[in-house]
Design a protein around this ligand. Sequence first.
Ligand code: 5GP
Ligand code: MG
Length: 369
Amino acid sequence: MVQLHDLKFTPFISEAEINIGIEKVAAQINADFENKTPVFLGVLNGAFLFAAEVIKRFKGDCEVNFVKLSSYEGTGTTGNVEFLMGLTSSLKGRNVVVIEDIVDTGNTLESLDRILKSEEVNLYKIATLFYKPASYKKSLPIDYVGMEIPNDFIVGYGLDYDGLGRNLTQVYKLKNSKMTNIVLFGPPGAGKGTQAAVLKDHYNLKHISTGDVFRYNIKNETELGKLAKAYMDKGQLVPDSITIDMLKAEVRQSNGGNGFIFDGFPRTVAQAEALEEFLQEEGTQVSAMIALEVDDEILVERLLERGKTSGRPDDANELVIRKRIKVYYEETAILKQFYLKQDKYFGINGVGSIQEITARLKEAIDQLV
Ligand code: 5GP
Ligand code: MG
């Protein structure tokens, strides 16, 4: 986490990811501007690093200019007149590559478009390292995009917050001021899934189910998914580090929201410690472990009842059910101790109607928010 002035920012885009964006844009420009002697027009201040990296990778002849977009109150009826500060020679008839750090609403692009047309350039293309599609309001094409990002306020790699942060070698995003992060537990049959769905909507939390995250990564053949699958194919347990990296990626990608519900994670003290550590990097922490508590006999009854209609074989056999409940308590006992020590354990009576149980959960969570 970094602090700039009054605000905190958390890691968002790594140097490696930025480099992939740079290489992509540089390759496209090389292909399009071979033997065209382009004029690179870096838009200051934000684009200075990106411009340097792209220009460095250009193979042919080129010229380089850095400009600032400036505006002053027009004296006539036109209002704001914008112009390029630092443009030392005419761009008439030239092939121009504008290098921007970020395109957000597109207002800046529109001004640039107007100015370049009045300069009578031969052609111009726009390259930007970052692009926020959800915020873009214009129809001007953006020719080269390093990467698309969600609507977060970012700093680093040239981009500033009130003058600071341009020197950061990776990109950070503004930290959500107060997040509620819940580790949700409950034995099989306790209604954890049902309650997670209700809480997620009520508090605007993101539900991170470890099982879903695994299936998603494997199905989409992400790097981590491929790694995990290699272990599973050999019949081996997926190492903690891979599971943790997947969840970390999931947390980092998520945009907005008030926090997370972790479901199926952590399972071990090592995982609980890793969770603590990476939430800390995000500038936040586990708010509470919330466990639905239901008497064994009631669970057995519920699961046998569910088994009649669900068709799940593991719901049909009482011995199997009792074994699953026993494993749950063996697994979670140690985590209960871990969070009890931090005063973060909340046991919630899980017997009653769905609404009654939701009300009890909300009462506990409202103390945290
Ligand atoms: P526009 O909305 O005109 O596309 O973008 C205007 C300018 O706003 C950009 O050139 C950049 O200076 C600034 N900007 C937009 N989004 C961000 C952001 O997430 N972080 C920072 N530091 N500046 C931004
Ligand atoms: Mg800019």
